[in-house]
Ligand binder design. Structure first.
Ligand code: GLY
Length: 337
């Protein structure tokens, strides 16, 4: 059972192939101009690929500290030594970190060469590998240097999920949970292959409409404003998807405080995040004022506190949220502990 989702971006449109064993379709997804492949991966990635072309493998370090400009320099030095040209292709094989780094190296090398991603984590499949966001961290913050660089194709091989560590799976489920609220689709009734493909479809439609995040693409940050604040306040003890799970429930409480949704809709958030996906929804013991301040500094903040919130017309970006309301929603969650 294979599903193909097209990301419509004019001349740069591409296919995302979802299903078990889809890595076997990699060769067919590569640009016809590609003569050789530079495979970028990490130790421990449970998948090897056959691009059907001569290839060289470049292994990057494991851990956020390797998501750095130094890694990009090392990769590009390797591309130089291997003589990689615009008539070749970079293939990122791994989770979000690998595809972000491989994508940025491809965007930078010779001012941009094609890249294809083979995503091996749930988070990568439903988010990171799709939509062309690439980049690395600086000491000043995560993903501060990067480029929009669309892949020429993406493989989501569900076989990789069989060996995914439970925490990585939880992170993917945290991102997946947000899609339940972006459209009216009953994602829970779908088999995994259809659910992943549907999440990709939702993201593809948003990216197709707003590639560079001038508007709608910001909806993909549902649950992320508190999530980013929790990650920073806790010194990244919470993984991103775990923080998003809590952030989704918080966004529901905040929307309720603002009178945008009712109690039943808040309960639906708990049913998906805590019930179906068994993710932790409890607000960790943090200083609410610090969280408020961090949320105000979020790089998506447009006008005061900015959130993506559910409401009568669906999920939308809401600037200028009253800090008292944001604090009240934090208090409600703190009292539920
Ligand atoms: N991860 C959100 C986006 O790709 O826009």
């Amino acid at each position: 059972m294979t599903r193909t989702v097209r990301v419509e971006l004019g001349e740069r449109s591409y296919d995302v192939i979802v299903g078990h064993g889809t890595r076997s379709e990699l060769a067919a997804l590569l640009p016809r101009t590609a003569k050789r492949a530079a495979i970028v991966t990490q130790d421990g990635i449970p998948m090897t690929v056959d691009p059907g072309l001569p290839f060289e493998v470049f292994t990057i370090g494991v851990g956020e500290e390797h998501k750095s400009l130094a890694t990009i320099e090392r990769l590009c030095d390797g591309f130089a030594a291997a003589g990689i040209t615009r008539n070749d292709v970079v293939i990122g094989v791994g989770g979000g970190m690998v595809t972000d780094v491989a994508g940025f190296a491809a965007a930078s090398w010779h001012r941009g060469i094609p890249v294809v991603h083979v995503s091996t984590t749930l988070l990568g499949m439903v988010d990171a590998a799709i939509g062309g966001k690439t980049g690395v961290n600086l000491r000043a913050g995560k993903n501060l240097v990067g480029a929009f660089w669309q892949p020429a194709g993406v493989i989501c091989d569900l076989d990789a999920l069989a060996t995914l560590p439970p925490r990585e799976m939880r992170c993917g489920l945290g991102e997946m949970a947000k899609y339940h609220f972006l459209t009216g689709d009953d994602l829970l009734s779908m088999e995994l292959v259809d659910r992943v493909a549907r999440c990709v479809r939702i993201k593809a439609d948003i990216v197709g409409a707003d590639e560079r995040e001038g508007g709608r693409r910001a909806l993909l940050n549902y649950g992320h404003t508190l999530a980013h604040a929790l990650e920073i306040a806790g010194d990244f003890a919470l993984a991103h998807g775990e923080a998003v799970a809590i952030g989704l429930v918080y966004a529901a409480h905040l929307a309720r405080v603002l009178g945008r949704i009712d109690d039943a809709r808040v309960a639906q958030h708990y049913e998906v995040v805590g019930g179906a996906y068994e993710l932790d929804t409890e607000l960790p013991g943090s200083d609410p004022q610090q969280l408020l301040e961090l949320m105000g500094r979020d790089k998506k903040a447009l006008d005061g506190l900015t959130f993506v919130l559910d409401g009568p017309d669906g999920v939308e970006v809401v600037p200028g949220v009253d800090p008292d309301a944001a604090l009240a929603a934090l208090t409600i969650m703190a009292e539920l502990r």
